[in-house]
Write a protein that binds this ligand. Sequence first.
Ligand SMILES: C[S@@+](CC[C@H](N)C(=O)[O-])C[C@H]1O[C@@H](n2cnc3c(N)ncnc32)[C@H](O)[C@@H]1O
Length: 283
Amino acid sequence: MMATSAALDTELAEGDFEFLRAFLLERSAHALAPDKHYLVTSRLRPVARELGVDSLAELLAHMRETRDATLESKVIEAMTTNETLWFRDVKPFKALRNEVFPEIIKRNEPARRLAVWSAASSSGQELYSVAMLLAHDFPQLDSWSLTLKGTDINTAMLERARQGRFSGLEINRGLPADYLASYFARDGAHYVIKETLRKKVSFSHMNLAGTWPILPKFDVILLRNVLIYFDHATKARIIEAAAKQLAPGGYLFLGSAETLFGTSTGLISRNIEGTTAYQNGAA
Ligand SMILES: C[S@@+](CC[C@H](N)C(=O)[O-])C[C@H]1O[C@@H](n2cnc3c(N)ncnc32)[C@H](O)[C@@H]1O
């Protein structure tokens, strides 16, 4: 028989579940479906263990009573899905390489500036994919002013992104071999982004559903695989705010299952390399 340590009671009373749903909706705009009890229990189990309590009921009671900001952030972070990979979906990156970046580079030649924002950057693969693509295919940008900005609500993911340190398993998810050879150094079982590339990017905390800080205009915004968490009104608000951050002629990319449906942005939908990108027509 397997040895068991003191079992954690993961039974979740309906009242606790509703408290958590309301908390997540208010703090991160995550619209947790009413049938997601299993998700809550599997995600919050490690948080409860870390806190040293015997049940999820105690964890939530502790949260309610103390309003401990660190614990609240841990719960929000535990409930986010950080799944990501290099050059995710391939086609958007083909579009960037073959059409979008050449067009923007031509337009921005006088100012020699280019700005890209990965608006839910997770552990950094999306933004580093852009950084590698630019270094590999557009070496002339070396003398330009580049802004490659990643933001996320999850501070642990932001720290991982800043470190640029990935396991072999993570590396195997979509990274071409020549990019691995050119832009990473081996460190035991891990691979670390080379300093030359790492210093081109920056990562900072931002809750897309909260008040936005003052941001510059971006030529490309990647707002991918994050809108799925939000209810329709929040989704529309975030998309419309992102559209306002596009430079004239700039492009917005969403995840493959996400659309501008039901929003009013004035962006022009364009099919490029078999994917949809949304352009700010005010070029
Ligand atoms: C599934 S990952 C997507 C990563 C990357 N964009 C991609 O497509 O591979 C979703 C990310 O959105 C972040 N996220 C969730 N809610 C957020 C919010 N309200 N504000 C900012 N980021 C959020 C999560 O922390 C997570 O890292």
